[in-house]
Design a protein around this ligand. Sequence first.
Ligand code: BTN
Length: 250
Amino acid sequence: MLDPDEITAGLRTKRVGSRVLVYDSTSSTNDAAAEYARNKQNDGLVIFAEQQTAGRGRAGNKWLSTRADSILCSIVLTENIPPTELLSLLCAVAVAEAVGISARIKWPNDIMLGGRKVAGILLESKPNGACIIGIGINCHQSKDSFAAELQPIATSIDIETNSVTDRISLARRLLTSIDHWLELAAESGEKVMDQWRNLSIQLGHRVRLIYSGRQFAGNCIGVDPEKGLILQLDTGGIRMFDAAHSTIAR
Ligand code: BTN
């Protein structure tokens, strides 16, 4: 792993991106960020990489990407961290807004374009209370870049816009957006929830969900900033499902 370059201008925002490090290649930006998260002074530090050799997704999945095709980054938060569910919601809102066009949120952390996944978010908490927000956004992939089994469910911004994404502008929008939503969430979760409702694919629809290995089905009637997705279950009753233990079934 080569030493990262430190970007001192251009990408900076107030809190998120107060320092920005860019690796040519690293195992996972979340791993690199975890080292920095040991020191409280690194709040707001962002790590980017052109390539990951062991990128991770949720639920133990791999996050694969070829060199320079994506935004791969991790944000270190060491203080003033919103409650986990609210943080998860605000990250999804912020990434969807940065991707723009018609990006929508598939709960909890998938960002969808044209019905396919374009970005994912991996939140990891550390024993010292720090949190790492790992974000992968597919930019320059063509359909053939994805493995055959992913082609029906994955996409990139280039594919959906039929143009070449400006990754620097996207990175800038992303950091500004996360910064903005962290600030709003510090005041109240209401605005985050409102925007989540606007962008959610699931709200008002029937959802099949796997929670800690068990299947549940019901109508999605909302989201709670502390307890997660709210379903009116087919079997009767209302139940809430936190983001960390649940996945929407295909
Ligand atoms: C998911 O949808 O499963 C989450 C994917 C998160 C991928 C990003 S890429 C940058 C950061 N480093 C990682 O190893 N994972 C996250």
